[in-house]
Design a binder for this molecule. Structure first.
Ligand SMILES: Cc1cc2nc3c(=O)[nH]c(=O)nc-3n(C[C@H](O)[C@H](O)[C@H](O)COP(=O)(O)OP(=O)(O)OC[C@H]3O[C@@H](n4cnc5c(N)ncnc54)[C@H](O)[C@@H]3O)c2cc1C
Length: 488
């Protein structure tokens, strides 16, 4: 898609959870909004590789934007998740103390939570803690329960936000990288690899690329560095083994290494928090695993290394102020920075979106609410349906009865839906449907998903990629017949 000649009111750079939440928020108003993303799909930055926790707000320093927007974001989640049919659960946050001195430190977190406006915080003694989570180490001395803490599938949320924004009129352009920006005649002229766009306002939600994008208007007021977090996912056989998200006492660098039940019934261990020089270093390491496993096993002794089914890492885009950097540029008030969005950015995203709408309004953008804004998104997940509903659906559309991913129970119908909803790669389908996320990690379903991608998008076998142009899945001596790769 060429963008030459496109004129918009607001250009959002970056389709992570922040840019996508803002796109949806702006789609409530009579505005022309363009959301651009340099990757081949949305949610391919930090927003796809994180812990998926909807934080309660007890961890952030009172008075910071992080604290304010985390607590507000947390409150917005239940309604947003319901409207968008997103996988979210309020499972509760549990901070555990290993001994009497750590129990005393819990008091500081309680006070911080109160100052931040977190409600319902309960201090737990040893017995109560173990009654709630019997698989915790019996030596743990006590804890804190914050019922408002939750979990979400982060990429599922981004897809839902974007789909809903697009359904309400936002224009999305993936594989579109902003290269240069200049201010001319009261508007920005933005050069991308897909042509030139004119826009009245820009929101810089470019994650790790935010300082580079700011530099395009000569704004060098902040720097971004990367702090890596490794995460390890355990088999679903452990579903229910730990129900609440378990935190140790925080460290100065992070909230610590956690035990995170996922909405889909896995348990995840992580993340580490180490500064790295490269914005492209997504490796995991034996040292990272060792750090995580040794730490979490002290909290939950029953954890076993043999339950790990996969690992990944994400890069926090940390700013140099210790807080989110959300403000108009000092060089041009029509250019709003939303930078340094490290944790709790996933939680805060819906509140950040509302805050940025206010900043845009303050900067002179007229906001007139649309008469018809549809807040809902529907998506079929057959594993969540009753047997009767599955039968009814299969009669109407037999593709929903053909199970492609056996580990995660994903049907051909859902995979075709995912491609029609925007997936163009194997990872795009995987993140939208969970196909390939189970114990066999795509060993069984990948060839069938590739065939569906070829059929739906008219691709040749060598054009099917894992996550974009640099990741072909098939090469060498391929047959001409673009039928099922699994038959070759
Ligand atoms: C290991 C880890 C665990 C975390 N856990 C949690 C958690 O449990 N809870 C929580 O609340 N937060 C958590 N976070 C933080 C959270 O993931 C981030 O705050 C959030 O994802 C940031 O979203 P974003 O939209 O700002 O950035 P991104 O998702 O990185 O999106 C920015 C996008 O901009 C695009 N872009 C960059 N430059 C350009 C350009 N020039 N042109 C076009 N597009 C461009 C990028 O490709 C990218 O897709 C965690 C982070 C990490 C790394």
């Amino acid at each position: 898609m060429l963008l030459n000649g496109t004129e918009t009111d607001v250009l959002i750079i970056g389709a992570g959870v922040v840019g996508s939440a803002l796109a949806r928020e702006l789609s409530r108003y009579q505005l022309r909004v363009l959301l651009v993303e340099k990757e081949v799909d949305v949610a391919f930055g930090t927003s796809k590789a994180n812990s998926g926790i909807v934080h309660s707000g007890i961890h952030d320093h009172p008075g910071t934007l992080k604290a304010k927007l985390c607590v507000e974001g947390n409150r917005l989640y239940p309604q947003m998740a319901e409207e968008l049919n997103v996988l979210y659960k309020q499972n509760g946050t549990l901070v555990v103390a290993r001994d009497a001195s750590e129990c005393e430190m819990l008091g500081q977190l309680v006070n911080q939570g109160l100052l931040n406006g977190v409600s319902g915080v309960q201090v737990l003694g040893r017995e109560e803690l173990h009654r709630l989570e019997p698989n915790l180490n019996p030596d743990l001395a006590g804890g804190l329960l914050v019922p408002s803490g939750g979990i979400v599938i982060p990429f599922d949320l981004v897809y839902a936000l974007v789909e809903n924004a697009v359904a309400n009129g936002v224009q999305l352009a993936v594989s579109t990288e902003v290269w240069q920006i200049r201010w001319e005649g009261g508007q920005f002229i933005v050069e991308t690899n897909r042509g030139m766009v004119k826009t009245k306002y820009i929101v810089n939600a470019a994650g790790l690329g935010a300082a580079k994008v700011a530099g395009m208007i000569g704004d060098e007021s902040f720097t971004i560095y990367a702090r890596k977090g490794e995460e390890y996912l355990l088999d679903r056989r452990l579903e229910g083994y730990i129900q609440r998200t378990v935190f140790p006492l925080p460290t100065p660098e992070s909230k610590g290494i956690l035990i995170i039940p996922t909405v889909e019934g896995n348990i995840m261990l992580g993340p580490t928090a180490h500064r790295v020089d490269s914005f492209h270093d997504f490796s995991t390491s034996a040292a990272g695993w060792d750090e995580i496993f040794r730490f979490t096993q002290r909290l939950v002794p029953g954890l076993q290394a043999s339950d790990v089914i996969t690992s990944f890492s994400g890069l926090r885009a940390a700013g140099d102020t210790g807080d989110f950097i959300i403000r108009p540029s000092e060089l041009n008030t029509h250019f709003i920075h939303v930078a340094g969005i490290e944790s709790p950015g996933l939680t805060a995203a819906p509140a950040i979106a509302r805050y940025v709408v206010e900043l845009l309004e303050d900067a002179g953008l007229r906001m007139t609410a649309k008469r018809f804004f549809n807040p809902y998104r529907l998506v079929v997940r057959i594993r969540d349906l009753s047997l009767e509903d599955r039968d009814r659906l299969a009669v109407k559309c037999p593709a929903y009865a053909n199970i492609v991913c056996r580990c995660e129970m994903v049907s051909e119908g859902e995979i075709r839906d995912a491609v029609r909803r925007g997936a163009t790669t194997l990872d795009g389908v995987k993140l939208r449907t969970r196909s390939g996320m189970g114990r066999c990690q795509g060993g069984f379903c990948s060839p069938m998903v590739m065939r569906i991608l070829m059929e739906e998008l008219g691709l040749k076998p060598e054009e099917v990629t894992k996550n974009g142009p640099d990741s072909p899945l098939l090469f060498g001596n391929l047959r001409d017949n673009p039928s099922c790769p699994e038959k070759d």
